[in-house]
Design a protein around this ligand. Structure first.
Ligand code: FES
Length: 138
């Protein structure tokens, strides 16, 4: 199985790897077929992805997909970042060997889960604020 130069570069020199301790959202995604998984943490400022980091357990293709996925969405508005698809990731990498295509599922799905988690936290905060406000009115 041969990886192209872009995949090899990202697998050997992963960009944006890590874990944001004070993240605004966190998403995980595992591949039940091989047991690999990724954790994405995001920082949101002004509706944009100010930072995005990942930890991944998987093969070189999984590392490369997470790495390039973060490069594709960093600094982008959330609603745009949320549209990142597995196909976008594979295309940006210049293709993956067919046997490794499933590895690209880790990155976009973990990111979408992190963004969803961010929105959920926003809704929760709003709910709590309303509860506090209502309480103070009595
Ligand atoms: Fe399992 Fe690549 S992530 S083989």
């Amino acid at each position: 199985m041969r990886y192209n130069d872009i995949v090899l570069d990202h697998a050997r020199n992963p960009r944006n790897a890590g874990f944001i301790e004070d993240h605004d959202g966190m998403g995980t995604y595992g591949d039940p077929n091989c047991g690999d998984f990724a954790v994405m943490t995001i920082k949101v400022r002004g509706g944009q992805l100010a930072d995005v980091r990942y930890l991944v357990r998987g093969c070189g293709a999984a590392i490369a997909t997470c790495s390039i996925a973060t490069e594709l969405v960093k600094g982008k508005p959330l609603n745009e970042a949320q549209k990142l698809s597995d196909e976008d990731v594979v295309e940006a990498l210049g293709g993956l060997p067919p046997a490794k295509l499933h590895c690209s599922n880790l990155a976009a799905s973990a990111l979408q889960n992190a963004i969803e988690d961010y929105y959920k936290r926003q809704r929760t905060d709003l709910h709590n604020w309303r509860a506090l406000y209502t309480k103070s009115m009595h």
